[in-house]
Design a protein around this ligand. Structure first.
Ligand SMILES: NC(=O)c1ccc[n+]([C@@H]2O[C@H](COP(=O)([O-])OP(=O)(O)OC[C@H]3O[C@@H](n4cnc5c(N)ncnc54)[C@H](O)[C@@H]3O)[C@@H](O)[C@H]2O)c1
Length: 297
């Protein structure tokens, strides 16, 4: 099934909502615990139109009801490890929406052995598949989206603290998230003149299907909650709300792209985890969502 015609409760948005008339692609919804699901909810609540993807027929039975509840315009199969799948999904978005304003990349995969073993033991095949699915797919997404973002837009991916610090049991995924964050900076440099802004959101740990594959994840959650000012870890809804912000800001249309680099930093890493992260606090803008302090690095 590709097109969802029925009206959902959230589809009756009025045109005054901040994201009314804005359209984009959201990948990575596996179930209602997925970060991407909360992002989709936040964007729909603000009036945006979305296309949602599912990885394979097995996951479709969980995600199709979610796509319907959200009033997604398109429900598309997308397995980034299959040649041409990403490009085909984006092409279908272009046919449905014309121009697009945002794309959310919320996909990652790594073999269990490569998460939990020593990084020097990672096999070439394991490294390649993790890098391809979790990082290179974001570059490919940007390339396919570029012609559909003639008036600018926002590309947003999901990173994690393991990109900058060693996190036990995160293994090679930490290396790949570091590459992803670096890709964000280079992509922003390449695409900034076209008004396309690129972001990485870096949530704290959340129990999702992907996270359940990380050994001792409950301990990670408990340790994080103990250190967090709120005494708890972040929720997917908080991450969803934070992610909707750069989608919104990306809708400022830039008539003078040359000014873009001066007026805006076109890449940022947003960290909806806790306020005691590294860096120089005075240089960070901060958002308050749900009482938490969310630093912008
Ligand atoms: N849960 C956390 O603690 C946490 C923290 C920081 C960052 N993240 C990141 O958030 C993103 C979303 O993960 P999540 O925690 O919501 O888990 P999730 O399991 O709900 O989502 C992961 C998604 O990746 C998709 N995916 C995997 N391989 C794919 C492929 N070949 N083609 C297409 N899709 C594929 C899955 O279908 C799934 O929808 C990931 O990038 C993850 O690394 C998660």
């Amino acid at each position: 099934m590709n097109t969802i015609n029925e009206q959902s409760p959230v589809a009756s948005m009025n045109t005054l909502l901040p994201l009314a008339g804005k359209k984009g692609l959201i990948t990575g919804v596996a179930n209602d615990k997925s970060i991407a699901f909360a992002v989709a909810k936040a964007i729909r609540a603000l009036g945006g139109e979305i296309a949602l993807t599912y990885q394979n027929d097995k996951t479709a039975k969980y995600t199709q009801p979610l796509a319907e509840a959200l009033g997604a315009k398109l429900f598309l199969k997308l397995d980034v490890s299959e040649e041409g799948s990403l490009e085909a999904a984006i092409q279908q978005c272009g046919e449905e929406f014309g121009e697009l304003d945002f794309a959310i990349h919320s996909m990652a995969f790594c073999n269990g052995d490569d998460l939990h073993g020593r990084v020097i033991d990672t096999t070439e095949a394991g490294f390649d598949s993790a890098m391809n699915i979790s990082c290179h797919s974001f570059l490919r997404m940007a390339k396919a989206m570029e012609p559909l973002m003639a008036h600018g837009g926002s590309l947003i991916t999901m990173s994690y603290l393991g990109a900058e610090r060693v996190v036990r049991n995160y293994g090679v995924m930490g290396i790949i998230k570091a590459a992803l964050e670096s890709a964000v900076r280079y992509m922003a440099y390449d695409l900034g003149p076209k008004g396309i802004r690129v972001f990485a959101v870096s949530p704290g740990p959340i129990m999702t299907r992907a996270a359940s594959g990380i050994a001792n994840f409950n301990t990670l959650l408990e340790n994080d909650a103990a250190k967090a000012p709120l005494g708890r870890t972040v929720t997917i809804d908080e991450v969803g709300a934070l992610t909707a912000f750069p989608v919104h800001a990306g809708f400022l249309r830039h008539d003078r792209p040359d000014d873009l680099r001066r007026r805006w930093r076109t890449y940022r890493r947003l960290r909806p985890d806790r306020s005691n992260c590294c860096g120089q606090p005075e240089k960070r803008a901060k958002f308050q969502i749900g009482g938490g302090s969310l630093p912008l690095i």
